[in-house]
Design a protein around this ligand. Structure first.
Ligand SMILES: [Zn+2]
Length: 324
């Protein structure tokens, strides 16, 4: 039994999402046409967000029907899914379009003066921001110059976007590269970059030294959710944090519990409680419309108190936090 579960964890069932790339292309062209408008209006932004939310809902439905979940999506589909999740908020769409305008205007001005490695002044430039592994890329086809910039650059100061365009057009400039590199170390960039590409949180297998998260999940799911929750990607954290005892990522359906709780000194109802807390995030988040998770509402706190050993477990965790 235990061996079986282990094998399952090592070789998870992977899922591809049909048509997701087409969806991305559609949304990209909506964003491009928004950038052609004279003024950005909230109504137009709202329409794009609704379309994205609808696509995300469709994907989730597709996954549920296949008995799968977001954590099991394969490579390129996972990248696309992440991008859709990222672009689903109005303020993100606004930033995206504003940055697109700045980048495109600069690129157009450059090609008009033939300032680029491609040495041409009569090719149209097409620019997009997307969830890429690289920071920027420029290619020339017979019909156009195509530039792709990492989505995490949206909202960057104009000088950053302009430098990126120069570099993507093949200019070699150490100073510009340095400025870009510096920007990629700032929280504004890192925050988005992490939400986008870097994907899977690094976690250890669910079988710990003392406790098995799969067993715990099954127990808590049965007792508190009537077995209705699908199993998320489960794992112990790689670091023994006492501050962050657990977390749940709705976008990748990943539930992580701090390695500090995998100990003979931690009663099983304490791990059950942390598991219950994180599963509540999955449960409540899953019923929410476009996957946004409000953290600890009063509704959440009330549900949390339904845990059988609520008092004992909270007291234990409080003491543990103080011991640090
Ligand atoms: Zn929480």
């Amino acid at each position: 039994m235990k061996k079986n579960q282990h094998a399952q964890q090592l070789k998870p069932q992977r899922t591809r999402i049909n048509g997701i790339q087409r969806t991305v292309n559609t949304i990209q062209s909506r964003l491009a046409s928004l950038s052609d408008e004279k003024e950005l209006d909230n109504h137009q932004i709202g329409l794009v967000c609704n379309e994205v939310a609808q696509q995300i809902d469709n994907i989730r439905l597709q996954l549920r029907r296949a008995g799968s979940s977001p954590s099991k999506i394969t490579g390129a589909s996972q990248v696309a899914y992440r991008w859709l999740m990222f672009i689903s908020k109005p303020e993100t769409v606004r930033k995206h379009v504003q940055s697109l305008v700045i980048a495109r205007d600069h690129a157009t001005a450059m090609t008009a003066r033939s300032i680029n490695l491609f040495k041409t002044s009569n090719l149209p430039v097409s620019i997009q921001f997307y969830n890429t592994r690289y920071l920027y890329k420029g290619t020339r086809t017979p019909r156009q110059i195509k530039i792709t910039l990492n989505e995490a650059f949206i909202g960057a100061p104009p000088i950053i976007l302009e430098n990126l365009i120069h570099l993507a057009m093949g200019e070699r400039d150490q100073k510009k590269s340095d400025v870009i590199r510096q920007y990629t170390r700032q929280p504004a960039f890192l925050h988005d970059y992490e939400a986008l590409y870097s994907h899977q949180t690094r976690i250890k297998a669910p079988e710990g030294n003392y406790a098995n998260l799969v067993t715990i999940f099954e127990r808590v799911n049965k007792e508190y959710f009537a077995g209705s929750l699908s199993q998320p990607r489960l794992g112990w954290s790689s670091r023994k944090s006492l501050k962050k005892l657990g977390h749940y990522r709705i976008d990748t359906d990943t539930l992580v519990i701090s390695k500090s709780l995998d100990s003979p000194h931690v009663p099983s109802h304490v791990i059950d409680f942390v598991m219950y807390h994180e599963l509540l995030h999955k449960h409540i988040g899953a019923t929410r419309h476009n996957g946004r998770m409000r953290a600890h509402t009063s509704e959440f706190r009330a549900a949390e108190k339904r845990f059988r050993f609520y008092q004992e477990a909270s007291a234990f965790l409080e003491k543990l936090a103080q011991s640090e």
